[in-house]
Design a protein around this ligand. Structure first.
Ligand code: MN
Length: 512
């Protein structure tokens, strides 16, 4: 087994994602999660950029985590001092080495770059720091010059060298060649690879670098980072662990904590994960097509390369026009609903009709369809629809909400006050629902998931019935109040349908 080092730069390169800025408290929270996830090193920030950044790095250092804590520095004394003063024992010092950067950004000669690099490494060592030296834009740097500067910094005492593919310009074969070159130029120092995803090759390049002998990869949770982002921690670690390369690799990553870390970073950084993102995307373990769902239900290995539980997730089945009877029944089974053959056929017909209209069939709608079909057999299902809603809030006035719901074709409306607009709205909903049923809104959680005033929010609620049953529901939207009301209505539907068509269905049905 070859042990591969994971250098996480979510808090530095990840934070350089446009629009992302983390407070010191948020950095500490993410650092603790990364430590629990098992990364070997955490790049906590770039201490010289601001007082807040230096404070954040200092706070992460003070946590006493198992991971090595690192900070970024240019090859400038002031940057290295800022790193050491923030309490770091390990610095990631970089200078650009490609002619493009030397001519147009730094406006210095190659010789001057070597001098600065060597002086910085010597100075950092004199301050007692471990040094990882990065040749920025290495993959567009002249190979002979790169070998020269790597050789010089190694002689000056650098502990590690890193090959940044700063603009994601490499291919796997090129990265392998560069890793071998760096190892040779430095007389065998550990080599890291820092890959960007501009062409979607970041993880492939990082894996190839490791196969060519790199000891370490720089990665970020969810692949966040400048432009198209960095190699993603979860994809890289799981590829090394699960794919067969001929050689076996291991990392310190605890896979079961991956999803939780992904959600935390998404929430605090305010960057949503695309649904089709490998490992952590909403659809990564989701199945809709009847053929796939049937296969997965018979044996998950048919259409899942790894089990979702391995990375802290669960499988998600969805129905739509591609649905099959097995998948649909498996979903209903989760709610304790077991239609007979004929009922299954009729429910599936409704699902496909909706799918053909281009509709997205949610769990609640599936339960409602099952309710409609099975109602003939004595079960009864209701569905609550939000018909009208308005809210008023401000200063010097009590927040006030009006809500109108349609329940089984009957209209109900209520108004209520609250401590804020969300509270007022939920009180009004509760007033209507509570008239005929003892459904209660339990936990309520709100998270902002992107920055700016056009931010999206994610609301999760738990809805409970009088028998102690509970369901949770989630809604994402741009308006906090509307999203909250939708989440609650969804939760109410789930719990009412669950008990209406589920086992023990009967009395206790909602308002009629
Ligand atoms: Mn970078």
């Amino acid at each position: 087994m070859t042990r591969v080092r994971i250098f996480d730069t979510t808090l530095r390169d990840g934070e350089q994602t446009p629009g992302v800025s983390l407070s010191p408290e948020q950095k500490v929270e993410i650092a603790a999660a990364l430590d629990g996830l098992g990364v070997d090193a955490i790049e906590a920030g770039f201490p010289v950029v601001s007082d807040g950044e230096a404070r954040a790095v200092r706070a992460v250092c003070a946590e006493g985590l198992s991971a090595e804590i690192c900070g970024l520095a240019r090859t400038e004394r002031g940057d290295i001092d800022a790193a050491a003063d923030a309490g770091l024992g390990y610095v990631h010092a970089f200078i650009a080495t490609s002619d493009i950067h030397l001519e147009h950004k730094l406006r210095i000669s190659r010789d001057a770059a070597v001098e600065k690099a060597v002086a910085a490494v010597e100075y950092a060592k004199s301050r007692g720091l471990r040094v990882e030296f990065s040749a920025e834009d290495a993959t567009r740097t002249d190979a002979g010059f790169l070998a020269r500067i790597f050789g010089e910094v190694a002689r000056a005492g650098a502990d590690r060298v890193d090959i940044p593919d700063t603009v994601g310009y490499s291919t796997p074969a090129h990265m392998a060649e560069m890793v071998r070159g760096a190892a040779e130029a430095t007389g065998g120092l550990p080599v890291s690879v820092h890959c960007h995803d501009d062409f979607g090759l970041a993880v492939a390049n990082a894996v190839s670098g490791v196969q060519a002998g790199a000891a370490c990869a720089h990665v970020t949770v969810n692949g966040i980072g400048e432009r198209a982002g960095n190699a993603s921690l979860e994809e890289f670690a799981m590829a090394l662990q699960c794919l067969r390369f001929g050689e076996a690799y291991e990392t310190g990553i605890v896979p079961a904590r991956i999803y939780e870390a992904s959600r935390l970073v998404s929430r605090l950084a305010g960057v949503q994960v695309q649904p089709n993102k490998a490992i952590v995307g909403e659809n990564a373990f989701g199945h809709e097509s009847g053929i796939h769902t049937h296969g997965v239900l018979s044996n998950p290995l048919t259409y899942e390369p790894i089990s979702p539980e391995l990375v802290g997730r669960t499988r998600r089945l969805q129905v739509g026009k591609h649905a099959g009877i097995h998948g649909m029944n498996a979903m209903l089974e989760e709610y304790g609903i077991r239609p007979d053959r004929e009922q299954s056929r009729l429910i599936l017909e409704k699902v496909k009709e909706a799918g053909d209209r281009g509709a997205h069939v949610t769990d609640v709608e599936l339960l409602s369809m099952a309710g409609d079909v099975m109602r003939d057999g004595g079960a009864a299902g209701s569905i609550v629809r939000l018909e009208g809603f308005s809210v008023s809030t401000g200063i010097g006035t009590m927040p006030y909400a009006f809500v109108r719901l349609d329940i089984d074709g009957k209209r109900f409306s209520a108004t209520d006050y609250g401590v804020g607009p969300v509270d007022a709205s939920l009180n009004a909903v509760q007033k209507i629902i509570g008239r005929a049923s003892r459904i209660r809104i339990g936990d309520y959680g709100l998270a902002s998931i992107s920055g700016g005033s056009g931010a999206s929010c994610e609301v999760t609620v738990r809805v409970e019935d009088e028998k102690g049953g509970s369901v949770s529901a989630k809604s994402v939207g741009e308006d906090i109040v509307t999203t909250s009301v939708k989440a609650v209505i969804d939760g109410i539907n789930r719990i009412m349908l669950k008990r209406a068509v589920g086992p023990g269905a009967g009395p206790g049905r909602p308002p009629a």
